[in-house]
Design a binder for this molecule. Structure first.
Ligand code: FAD
Length: 406
């Protein structure tokens, strides 16, 4: 069986895996990221790079180059409820270098990390490398089994990091205990073409029974149509014309383009999961990002949390990995550092899902009224700094503590 040895083998080239690979390689630790797809060009990942992630890029000396990529700066978040535009977050007062959320397709972000990682000799990235199993010896994880176009490959390492997302195969194979939280919705994901005279940002639109998100991707809108969990079959039964009509009612400026949705094949169902591991590690294995805690799309903070996990992991593990002294206690420290911020964010997400998303989706009223709490944001602009802080920075922000050695 062909095999490869490294110091840290990372399953999954999403935000958590790519950032960890870059940080470890920069700190002089050999790291190989295994990504099952041939490229990063997938649609379902979310397009938000938050102020705290931009801060990390600054600490790595990458911010200026990153901001040269085409992106949109969003300084404040608003949602449309009924006919009213309600401001909910104002990032302009954050104590960060960038006081905005950068919107750009996630594949641009991941390609950027891949390109920067490749400048370190310790960095390895294998595309079309799907982790299919764990290699174990005497109860200890010692590597992963990988399917590649050339056949099976064993990758051996003192540490395997599962960063393979919310359907993580690694955490499943490791039998780590999972706590499931409620997720009352799913998302239908599709594109509608965009014209230069369309608005710049779409973001959230709330109507009775409807919750819709629009992301500006230049020549098209990436649309997220939030539906009650398990109702996609019913929506399909009512037919494509009815679905197109409901989209047109939500985005009247693009009503003439809903025929871009030619068939149900153009509409992807994204199942929303919210869960977390009660133990993030086993000897030789650590889970981070969505593999440790699947995040709801609410607040668009999952990428940020995944990056923060990667930074904490590199801060705590680079030294023991380099010295060859890694123990379970080191892995436990990562969980202890990141579990609390995760629980707090998930608590807010579940609260928003139950108090806002589910009632909006269940509403049969003629029109939605702006809830009292959100009226306060209109009346007292300084209140918008609170959600800005929660979304833009989160709890226990991480900073790069590893020195560049690569
Ligand atoms: C509908 C929806 C919209 C969202 N929108 C946003 C948003 O706008 N902003 C935001 O911050 N968060 C958003 N999120 C949450 C966000 O997508 C995740 O929290 C974030 O992507 C987690 O990053 P990650 O690196 O842990 O995992 P992922 O981004 O899921 O990356 C995992 C990677 O591992 C790879 N992989 C999987 N299995 C294997 C395997 N066996 N072998 C090798 N590679 C493998 C995958 O191909 C993928 O590249 C959204 C979530 C959903 C469901």
């Amino acid at each position: 069986m062909p095999s490869l040895s490294t110091t840290c083998c990372i399953a999954g080239g999403g935000p958590a895996g790519m950032m960890l690979g870059l940080l470890l390689a920069r700190a002089g630790v050999d790291a190989v990221v295994l990504e099952k797809h041939a490229d990063f060009l997938r649609d379902f990942r979310g397009d938000t790079i938050h102020p705290s992630t931009l801060e990390i890029l600054h600490e790595l000396g990458l911010l200026d180059d990153f901001l040269k990529l085409p992106h949109q700066k969003v300084h404040a978040l608003t949602v449309q409820i009924g006919g009213e535009t309600v401001p909910i977050a104002d990032f302009s007062h954050l104590p960060t270098r960038c006081k905005f959320v950068a919107f750009l397709p996630q594949w641009d972000f991941l390609n950027f990390l891949a390109e920067r990682g490749a400048r370190f000799t310790s960095f390895g990235l294998r595309m079309r490398a799907e982790v299919v199993g764990l290699l174990e010896e005497r109860g200890r994880v010692v590597g992963v089994a990988v399917d590649t176009p050339e056949g099976r490959l064993d990758v051996r390492a003192p540490l395997v990091v599962a960063a393979d997302g919310r359907h993580s195969i690694v955490r499943e194979k490791a039998n780590l205990p999972i706590e499931k939280l409620s997720a009352p919705m799913d998302v239908l994901w599709f594109r509608v073409s965009r014209r230069p005279d369309d608005p710049d940002t779409g973001l959230g639109r709330f109507r009775p029974g409807r919750l819709f998100v629009l992301l500006n991707r230049g020549d098209y809108w990436q649309c997220g149509f939030v539906i009650a969990k398990g109702t996609f079959d019913d929506i399909q039964r009512t037919g494509l014309p009815a679905f197109r009509e409901s989209v047109a009612a939500l985005v009247p400026f693009a009503a003439d383009r809903v025929t871009d949705i030619r068939s149900w094949d153009d509409v992807k169902l994204l199942t929303v999961l919210v869960d977390r591991l009660t133990t993030w590690y086993r000897t030789g294995l650590l889970c981070i990002g969505d593999a440790a805690h699947a995040m709801s799309p609410v607040g668009g903070v999952g990428i940020n949390l995944a990056i923060q996990d990667a930074v904490a992991t590199a801060n705590l593990l680079a030294e023991p990995l380099r010295r060859g002294t890694l123990t379970d206690a080191d892995l436990r420290r990562v969980q202890e550092r990141r579990a609390l911020p995760t629980r707090i964010v998930q608590r807010f997400q579940v609260l928003a899902q139950n108090r806002v998303v589910a009632p909006v989706l269940a509403s049969r009223a003629r029109t939605l009224t702006v809830p009292f709490v959100l009226r306060l944001f209109v009346r007292f602009p300084w209140l918008r700094r609170i959600p800005a802080r929660l979304i833009g920075i989160g709890f226990r922000p991480e900073h790069v503590e590893t020195a560049a050695r690569g």
